[in-house]
Design a protein around this ligand. Structure first.
Ligand code: ADP
Ligand code: MG
Length: 222
């Protein structure tokens, strides 16, 4: 069964007098284990769609089933639980907290988690897997872009989510760091993690196993 099923999802933004229909009835299905890239030009609505998938925004209309539940019928607590425990997020600009060390940053999402995991051990193991075991006490300002994004990947995984959502994860990286980050995501996918990636970059998208294109508010096969 699909873990994510979107049907006729519309999103309309009100800008003053103007109504902008960014998503015009998107149908999308994501299966467990998928590695999907949503491509498309800047302004085509990729982030809007990813934020809806991540329950950070709600659609204007349409239905969204996550693991069998209709999202619009869930209360705030259930939604927070999905965001916190079942989804991991990676953003173009990292969003690390500047005054926390790398180790403290990756533990931030565990504050609200009800999962019973040895988070500190998980943090160390995951940071080792992305090659940052020597830098646990560094501040974000002491890390390169690639190191920041690898930290953000660990933070996205710390609560052991079902799905990782990445919005232009290589957008601020040089090509070597971008390749490292994408290889980490590809390895995670090989180990079973479901990944949805948004990017306008062909090379970044080439790591995904499935690709679709957003155009004029709708999704097309790539
Ligand atoms: P992409 O990620 O593909 O660049 P976005 O989803 O960020 O595209 O934006 C799609 C369109 O929706 C753009 O025209 C943008 O200006 C508009 N938009 C996005 N967020 C808002 C908002 N909060 N209010 C009004 N318009 C928005
Ligand atoms: Mg975007």
């Amino acid at each position: 069964m699909a873990i994510i099923q979107l049907k006729k999802i519309k999103k309309i933004y009100q800008q003053g007098e103007l109504q902008i229909e960014v998503l015009k009835g998107v149908d999308l299905q994501v299966e467990k284990g998928d590695f999907l890239a949503i491509m498309g030009a800047s302004g085509s609505g990729k982030s809007t769609l990813l934020y809806i998938i991540g329950c950070l925004e709600s659609p204007t209309s349409g239905s969204y089933h996550f693991a069998g539940s209709e999202i619009s019928k869930l209360d705030d607590d259930s939604l927070s639980k999905i965001r916190n425990e079942r989804l991991g997020f990676i953003f173009q600009s990292f969003y690390l907290i500047p005054y926390l060390t790398l180790f403290e940053n990756v533990l931030v999402p565990t504050i609200y988690s009800k999962k019973k995991l040895d988070f500190k051990k998980r943090a160390k193991d995951l940071l080792t897997r992305v090659g940052l075991q020597e830098r646990l006490s560094f501040l974000p300002s002491e890390l390169s872009g690639g190191q920041k994004q690898r930290t953000a990947i660990v933070r996205s995984l710390i609560n052991s989510p079902d799905i990782v959502l990445a919005d232009e994860p290589t957008g601020q990286l040089d090509s070597k760091s971008a390749a490292q980050v994408m290889e980490i995501l590809a390895t995670l996918n090989e180990q079973g993690k479901t990944i949805i990636l948004v990017t306008h970059d062909e090379t970044t998208a080439s790591y995904a196993k499935k690709r679709v294109i957003m155009k004029d508010g709708l999704i097309y096969p790539a």
